[in-house]
Design a protein around this ligand. Structure first.
Ligand SMILES: *Cc1c(COP(=O)(O)O)cnc(C)c1O
Length: 357
């Protein structure tokens, strides 16, 4: 098989062992003589998968008893409005921080259903940094943040001082570092960046955030429905949940969130030090807010973009094209990206700069 190092922003790389185990389960799940794709979600075998997935989320984070774990569908994009529907009572307000395209989408959806204030934004600077120095009023029901900005390559390295619980979109850095859970009333993440394949969304919600609204909601859009149904009110995305569970098992074997954070720091530092040392490359994010998941940069000479892309592809590195709102390049180096993959890219960047110096 051709060896490709996958720097794609999402859906993205998962551990190789997870791909192997998942493909085996497609053929014969746990020696049942049946594929994971054809068994009932009510079978004891799948119920065990769901329970293990739930337990692994709890164990990895160190989740207190008063939080619930849900595996839902609809992507993070459904959580943009489901959060507001379920958490924000009429007559009350929520605060939002705008740190990029995903925040902006969350804001747009929230405004359809509720009353919100955008209390800080870095839009005018093309989202090169995470806004700081604002204060959060204690009248808000929650503060919505986007922990990692996949497109711009910025990430909160410290959390805002907030008197109210945070609701956080962690789609692109969930489980990349320990989670200071006490700050969060709700966390959501589409699985396809750092947790598993597309098709499942992880939601972690503190119970006391619920039960405060009095509007009638469709059954499927109520968190309580899925809490009571243990994420199996209707047919859950069986395979994405299974693969996410395998990824979490892998993560536990790596030593959990504190251990993976160290690896992620090292990996990101390797690329950022090339960007800092060689003026040929220009990072998009200000240094203090740099993402350890998505490293965004431009070439000082944009006419070299195509040759650089080709040079990377020839060396087996794929998925490096930057998002159109930033241009240039983006190396997504999620948990599953081996350190050797990052080493290869760092060498390529150095070699290309030398060649064109
Ligand atoms: C990718 C991404 C999303 C989109 O999630 P869907 O699951 O496709 O709806 C939302 N937020 C962030 C931060 C992302 O990186």
């Amino acid at each position: 098989m051709k060896h490709v190092i996958n720097f794609s922003a999402g859906p993205s790389i998962l551990p190789k062992t997870v791909f192997e185990q998942a493909s085996q389960a497609v053929l014969d799940f746990n020696g049942m003589g049946l594929s994971i794709l054809e068994i009932s979600h009510r079978s004891s075998q799948f119920v065990a998968v769901m329970e293990e997935a739930n337990a692994l989320v709890r164990e990895l984070i160190g989740l207190p008893e008063d939080y619930e774990v849900l595996f839902l569908t609809g992507g993070a994009s459904t959580q943009f409005f489901m959060t507001v529907m379920n958490l924000l009572p009429e007559g009350k307000k929520a605060a939002y921080v705008d740190t990029g395209s995903w925040s902006a989408k969350a804001i747009k959806e929230a405004k359809i259903l509720g009353s919100i204030d955008v209390i800080a934004s870095s839009k005018e600077d093309n989202y090169t940094h995470i806004p700081k120095g604002y204060s959060v009023g204690s009248d808000y029901v929650f503060l919505h943040t986007t922990s990692n900005n996949t497109i711009y390559g910025t990430q909160y390295q410290s959390w805002p001082d907030s008197p109210v619980p945070m609701v956080c979109d962690m789609s692109s850095d969930i489980f990349s570092r320990p989670i200071d859970i006490d700050r969060f009333g709700l966390i959501y993440a589409g699985a396809q960046k750092n947790l598993g394949p597309a098709g499942v969304t992880l939601v972690i919600v503190k119970k006391d955030m619920l039960g405060k609204i009095n509007r009638e909601l469709p059954t499927m859009l109520k968190y309580e429905t899925h809490i009571n149904g243990k994420s199996m009110f209707n047919t859950p995305p069986v395979f994405p949940i299974y693969v996410s569970m395998l990824t979490m098992r892998w993560l536990k074997e790596q030593g959990g969130l504190a251990a993976i954070e160290e690896v992620n720091k090292r990996k990101a530092d390797k690329l950022y030090s090339v960007i800092d040392e060689i003026p040929f490359y220009i990072g998009h994010s200000v240094p203090e807010d740099r993402s350890r998941m998505n490293v965004t940069f431009n070439l000082a000479d944009a006419s070299l973009n195509d040759p650089f892309r080709k040079f990377c592809e020839e060396a087996g590195c794929s998925g490096l094209k930057g998002h159109k709102s930033v241009g240039g390049f983006r190396a997504s180096i999620y948990n599953a990206m081996p350190e050797t993959g990052v080493d290869t890219l760092a060498e390529i960047m150095k070699a290309f700069a030398l060649k064109h110096a």
